[in-house]
Design a protein around this ligand. Sequence first.
Ligand code: FES
Ligand SMILES: [Fe+2]
Length: 339
Amino acid sequence: MSRRRSRPRTGPLLRLRRRPPAWPEQPATWRAAAPGLIADALQQALARPSGNWYVLAPSRDLPPGRALGRTVGSREVVVWRTANGRPAAGPGVCPHLGAPLKDGAVHRGALICRWHGLALDGAPCAGWSPYPVHDDGVLLWVRLDGLGREEPTDRPPLTARPPLPRALCAVHTATGRCEPEDIVANRLDPWHGAWFHPYSFVDLTVVGAPGRGGTAAHGGGFTVDVSFKVAGRLVVPVRAVFTAPGPRTVVMRITHGEGRGSVVETHATPLSPDPAGRPRTLVTEAVLATSDRPGFAVTRRAAPVLRPLMRAAAARLWRDDLAYAERRRQLRSTGRFPG
Ligand code: FES
Ligand SMILES: [Fe+2]
């Protein structure tokens, strides 16, 4: 069962007074992590609208003068920055004779096909029509109405973030042989944190879950008290809330403790299948860390040093989580998934 605790046990960097229980001796969470509860949260997430928007790449991966190609579902997409710096996107197949536009050259904001020089400035041309695209300053999104088949919206379903000038931002990407729902299901199981990632988390308690008193009190998500491990017995205890604002997104927001207001957005984007026909999904995880501490401005100036460390931490977690997501998909596809 989830234990409910009204006041979070948070504070700045703390040294644990007593050594936490050894990994095999920590309280088991499997009874609380009821498969039906996670499945219900997943179904609710999958039913939420996306407006047909898909995360394409970190904004930083698209500097001016370069084209970027990605196959989302079955759609080959190309994106580049036009002369005003804004992104333009559209089908990645040249409308003339089918050359891959991701290999094109960007000249004065126009994308030029290398085969016969067809130039695209982002407007409809020779049968090529642009896709709606949005750069939120951290992530690039593309709207694919033919793929999503939902009611389209003007903007992606963005969640509140700390203001970018006051945040330290890092984006990690990884690809797994699974479907987006396997990524979302993994993120909607907060109980696995201290068991599966003992190198990062300790003393984890789920204090609210949808349908278990968590719906109203905790914004309809999972509320977790957890300590992030820093080094040895040094930890940062926080309260965090996990919500799924769309069918392919899970957001973790720190609501109490050090870094209050920081968010971690995890987005799952379906890619083209691998050569063996297995589904592939791109995970894009954006960490936007913020803090009220006066010293945080200095920390932000150290961003070039800190970003790789933040990405390395996310990479380690996602190596493990993708292994689970891939296994979940494999079990589902062969009818062996429990529940
Ligand atoms: S194939 Fe692109 S211009 Fe001919
Ligand atoms: Fe995990």
